[in-house]
Design a protein around this ligand. Sequence first.
Ligand code: DGL
Length: 278
Amino acid sequence: MNKPIGIFDSGIGGLTVVKQLRRFLPEEQLIYFGDTARIPYGTRSRKLVQQYAKEDARFLLQFDIKMLVVACNTASSYAIPLLKDMLDIPVVGVVAPGARAAVDITQNRRIGVIGTTATINSEAYVQEISHLMPEARVFGQPCPLLVSLVEEGWINDQVTVLTLQKYLQPLLKEEVDTLILGCTHYPVLEETIRRVIGTGIRLIDSGKETARVVRKVLEEKHLLNRSRGRAEDRFYVSDSPDKFKKVGSRFLGQTLDKVETVDFEAFLVGLNAAQFSE
Ligand code: DGL
């Protein structure tokens, strides 16, 4: 089916998921919305994240998308059931695919999860893993400083290594054999994390697992784009595109030339007016 896939995140981080979607689904057009005006989501309450997620989804629905991918771990942790109820297209978040991959790979059934404070507090990964493997022990560790360090470009910096050592120490003590990178930004730190934890622990990139699941869902529902050629991906942000372009190119591994800024406030006013008159 020749319709785009909609994908949203709180900002730039979701581009790590775009990178994987492009790898697994090179024939599909992606329409990305990064809510750069309201980032971070990872420090917000459940209620606010749910509201933002609904609004982000409504923005993407304007493009007649055939599927919604929630790239943001925080939004996936709080809003997937709600979005599934709200929409009549398939909705895929990053938590369930990451949890599934961890369960498939762990040997000692001791799984670590790192993410934003909201993601860890939500216990979304714990619930998903417990559902798949009730005997598994899950150890969550919020790592709120990592988002800023990655956006600053301090990938191999000593400050980042020390921060990772401090955050990961409790998980190493628990002898986890699998570690879920439960935040959009963390795949960028994969090598640095590896330096800190050594070679014995398996790392799960939730974004990569999500791209596999998206492909599978599209196949099962006969929604893959079979037509020749594909329209260009489109990127929208709710605040100035400058940082998004600069930092985003690093996340995506490719330059980002065309990024459009949306007047999201005006969009929300229109949305509320339309709902009021219904
Ligand atoms: N995209 C968010 C996540 O994956 C990280 C950035 C934020 O806190 O908004 O949880």
